[in-house]
Design a protein around this ligand. Sequence first.
Ligand SMILES: NC(=O)c1ccc[n+]([C@@H]2O[C@H](COP(=O)([O-])OP(=O)(O)OC[C@H]3O[C@@H](n4cnc5c(N)ncnc54)[C@H](OP(=O)(O)O)[C@@H]3O)[C@@H](O)[C@H]2O)c1
Length: 279
Amino acid sequence: MRTVTLPGGETVAALGQGTWYMGERQGDTAREVEALRLGIDLGMTLIDTAEMYANGGAEQVVAKAIAGQRDKVFIVSKVLPSNASRPGTIQACERSLRRLGTDTVDLYLLHWHGGHPLTETVAAFDALRSAGKIRYWGVSNLDTDDMEELLSVPGGKACATNQVLYHVGSRGIEFDLLPWCTKHDIPVMAYSPLGHDVRRLVRSSALQAVAKRHGATAAQVAIAWTMRSGHVISIPKAGDPEHVRENAGAADLVLNAEDLAAIDAAHPAPRSKRSLDIL
Ligand SMILES: NC(=O)c1ccc[n+]([C@@H]2O[C@H](COP(=O)([O-])OP(=O)(O)OC[C@H]3O[C@@H](n4cnc5c(N)ncnc54)[C@H](OP(=O)(O)O)[C@@H]3O)[C@@H](O)[C@H]2O)c1
């Protein structure tokens, strides 16, 4: 498995697994657990979840998937902005830990910037880290101006990632946010690498042509493309074990200059600032 290095030197799998929409229906739990466990076996050991997903239900699915193998996985979860006051963040994290059935969240993110000042949330993250309840913290859906603000608050420079929407059909971050994060040594985590509505994305004739050259699938090309720099972690979600198997194959797919040019021609990089796309 390819890896991405976090600030501080620890490496994590460059290809992880999302969990949005898991835990919504009890009847799907066994299959979702099977999918996540298969993904872990295939090296996709970073699992992204959030208190928001199925109101904690996704974290409970993750708990079942990681039972007996906690040491193999790197768990990412998120606090809702409405809970992101200093005490609220600590309480939300404790609820997440209980649902996840673990003592520590590896990476805890602010889901998006809401009404609570970043100073308070970062102070809570610091306290959680000192207490051993989280190992790293980061943010999600923060554009460049918000990131500048984050770095100016006490302790803000310890941010370990910014998780943002990134796929071939949404490249706005390449104009300034992605270079900014690279300059500040903050890895980006690409969410919805398949565009969330995968049927739309895989219709791309450019992705299909590149896929054909590599004996791969358009979904694999889309995922591999998000990871092409070596500094971006990609977290496709798959509740279907067949999709998990297919997505794991993206880790071995290295796109060449011809592939990237074909994708650029069909899905051009931005030439000016765009406000951050958010799902
Ligand atoms: N921070 C944030 O605000 C934020 C926002 C959105 C997402 N996220 C995180 O990022 C993760 C991924 O994003 P996402 O769930 O929005 O979208 P995504 O990963 O781009 O796409 C997921 C969809 O693609 C399908 N799929 C997966 N692999 C496939 C394949 N090989 N072939 C065909 N279909 C495939 C899945 O179906 P099946 O489930 O049936 O396999 C699911 O319907 C989320 O689960 C979540 O953890 C974070």
